[in-house]
Design a protein around this ligand. Structure first.
Ligand code: NDP
Length: 338
């Protein structure tokens, strides 16, 4: 049983020295438990704040030094002492960065048979659900409005942009690199996509949004947010989903303090910004998401975009790459064929 543990807490961008691969015995399930074999591991931005000493506000504790990294997984049940699960069942679990894990079944969701089970970690799972709730319940895009989303070819952003198009909005994406931008326009159907690595983002965004911005789906923060604020329309909506641009920062950025200006724009333009954590919404909203998304995917109206890396040993490198924008689409590690 291989597992990737947190070897040391990073300051700034993690490196391979912050992870360690260990071999341990395959655990034996006790009464009421199942033994899970990991087929696919989801790599997500929230894992970076979970490496810090102080956990993010939505978590009780961060990952302890020496403990396996946390993460959502698709698993096969390989031994069961829990009457609700049988050997061979395919489940969505939280096994983390390891080959095998035990569960009491409480956190498992049966997947039935799926042709491409890893989709349960992406467009049909947590990131897709995040896009659906954030965009539709908080963003409330209307036909003809302008929606802006960054990390536009990422797990959440690619779905946000495609769903906003389905609702008749004009969609402006922002992504890191010309290839990603071309993909967003030519394959995902965005109206425009701007490369955040090129100079003069604020000017290019203003030119791309001649009627201002009605919905800004916030995935990144930082320079992109600064470019967006002056363009927000009266009564704009801002679903606050994440701020990945700051996840590796341990000091405030240099330069002028923009907070008073931002506060003033939000107040005088009656902007509605709302943070959300997707964990809160499973009970009330999950079924509606799956009804919509299953149909959109089946009809080809939402395209799948998955970035697969082979081998658990490559999880640290792929994760560090994601924090630098190297992934295109939902980043998933294929751990075993199972
Ligand atoms: P992605 O698949 O979008 O991967 C992360 C992407 O972020 C990178 O590919 C890169 O894309 C972009 N990025 C990295 N650094 C920067 C930077 N400094 N400035 C701008 N962009 C950067 O990840 P997800 O779709 O899984 O997550 C997107 C956001 O949604 C994250 O902030 C995440 O924390 C948040 N989230 C929040 C949830 C909630 O419950 N609120 C649930 C799930 C996700 P590029 O180079 O193309 O810009």
């Amino acid at each position: 049983n291989r597992r990737v543990v947190l070897a040391a807490r990073p300051r700034g961008l993690p490196t391979s020295t912050h992870f360690r691969i260990e071999e341990t015995a395959v655990p034996t399930p006790g009464e009421g438990q199942v033994l899970l074999r990991t087929l696919s591991l989801s790599l997500d931005p929230y894992m970076r704040p979970m490496m810090n000493e102080v956990p993010p506000a939505y978590a009780d504790a961060s990952v302890a030094v020496g403990a396996p990294m946390v993460g959502g997984t698709v698993n096969r049940v390989v031994a069961s002492r829990n009457p609700s699960f049988r050997v061979g069942d395919l489940v969505l679990g939280n096994a983390g960065w390891q080959d095998y894990a035990l569960s009491d079944g409480q956190d498992l969701v049966a997947l039935g048979e799926m042709q491409q089970p890893s989709l349960a970690l992406g467009v049909l799972g947590m990131p897709g659900f995040t896009a659906h709730v954030g965009l539709l319940d908080i963003g409330e895009p209307k036909a003809g409005e302008t929606v802006v989303v960054a990390a536009a070819t990422g797990a959440v952003g690619a779905v946000v942009g495609q769903v906003a198009k389905l609702k008749g909005a004009r969609v402006v994406g922002i992504a890191g690199g010309a290839d990603k931008c071309r993909y967003a326009v030519e394959v995902l159907g965005f109206d425009v996509c701007l490369d955040r690595r090129e100079p003069k983002l604020a000017e290019r965004l203003a030119a791309a949004c001649p009627r201002g911005i009605d919905v800004y789906f916030e995935n990144v923060g930082g320079e992109v947010f600064e470019a967006v604020v002056p363009l927000l329309n009266h009564h704009a909506r801002v679903p606050l989903c994440g701020t990945i641009a700051s996840y590796n920062e341990d000091a405030p950025p240099p330069g002028p303090n923009l907070l008073p200006k931002v506060m003033s724009v939000f107040q005088t333009k009656r902007v509605r910004a709302q943070g959300f954590i997707i964990l809160d919404h499973y009970g009330a909203r999950y079924d509606a998401f799956r009804r919509d998304m299953d149909a959109w995917v089946a009809e080809g109206r939402v395209k799948l975009l998955e970035d697969t890396v082979d081998g658990l040993e490559n999880a640290p490198g792929a994760f560090i790459g994601m924090l630098q924008g190297k992934n295109v689409g939902k980043l998933v590690v294929r751990v075993s064929e199972g």
